[in-house]
Write a protein that binds this ligand. Sequence first.
Ligand SMILES: Nc1ncnc2c1ncn2[C@@H]1O[C@H](COP(=O)(O)OP(=O)(O)OP(=O)(O)O)[C@@H](O)[C@H]1O
Ligand SMILES: [Mg+2]
Length: 364
Amino acid sequence: MTAINLETIRETLKSIPYPGYTRDIVSFGLVRDIHVSADGKVEVLLEIATRQEHIPAEIQARVETALSNLPGVSAVDVRISVAPAPQTPQGKTQGDGGGIPPPTPLDGVKHIIAVASGKGGVGKSTFVANLACAIRQQLAARSEGASASVAIMDCDIFGPSIPIMMGARGRPQVSEDKIHPLQSHGIKIMSMGFLVDEDTAVIWRGPMVMKAIQQFSQQVEWGEVDVMLIDLPPGTGDAQISLTQTLPLDGALIVTTPQAVSVQVVRRGADLFEKVHVPILGVAENMSFLENPQTGERQYLFGKDGGVRVADALGVPLLGQIPIEETLRIGGDQGIPQVISNPNSCSANEFRMIASKILDSLEK
Ligand SMILES: Nc1ncnc2c1ncn2[C@@H]1O[C@H](COP(=O)(O)OP(=O)(O)OP(=O)(O)O)[C@@H](O)[C@H]1O
Ligand SMILES: [Mg+2]
């Protein structure tokens, strides 16, 4: 009988995807130990952090089937330890990330800023895509052409729109248990949209979201990054709370519209950051007005001053007011941020100004 070696087993395990993911269980870091005896008996120890009972069983079945089909394997023993969900300092369940440590610096990443909103659809992703490009331009200008590195971590697991808005397509490469971000318009991008089929994401629960975010920070080969922006899902769920504790954030930005916004909703979002001592850097008002290109006359379709009110209530500056522009929407749909496609537009100007203010406050 041909002897089976560890390498073959490891390679085989690398071909087994985590249920619901395209990524394999080895690159997810689930394989803790492999042991092979001379008589071809293989023992595999896996550690999985999940609350979904079917996941360990499904992985166990997949591993048993794959390994027992290998020549030279006489028996397969798969043992799975399921890690308990840790508690956050607030006493809230932190998801099933499996022993999420307190925020640790991301190697090579200088600054991390989360972009949040009280409610959905206010243009948060549009803001993130354009701001990332504007920050990169500003950084390059400030460093007299020295290369600037900006990244987007799209943590909106349920509706990742960054891949489309940034025109980033394809599957990230995985090597040596590290996953390499895609790059578009010079921005490093990681999104669940690259890894999961659209119909899989919608059945996800907080715990799995947590696990994904943890891996985005620990297993993605970000390399040197000056500023990383994080696109958060809307609202203030447990996933957001956990995220603020997983990632070492320098600050948070709040995006809002001028519409009779409930300051309370935004306040709740801000509280979330304050609890974990993440400073709110400022508020950006989006869809502030529609300008008539001929007359310059402004129409305030969604009302006026919502951004100012929110900023005042939070005691932070209003960083900018981004107008409604058709080309901004089209740029998002086509994957070319307005800052790049229409650098002379009013919104591009505003994005550059906001980028500049953010860089100033980071320098402080
Ligand atoms: N200033 C703007 N002018 C015109 N269209 C805009 C503007 N801001 C956003 N949009 C459009 O509004 C829609 C919603 O924007 P976006 O997806 O960025 O919002 P979001 O807050 O990220 O949403 P979600 O809560 O679903 O993540 C998109 O089609 C986008 O192109
Ligand atoms: Mg979004």
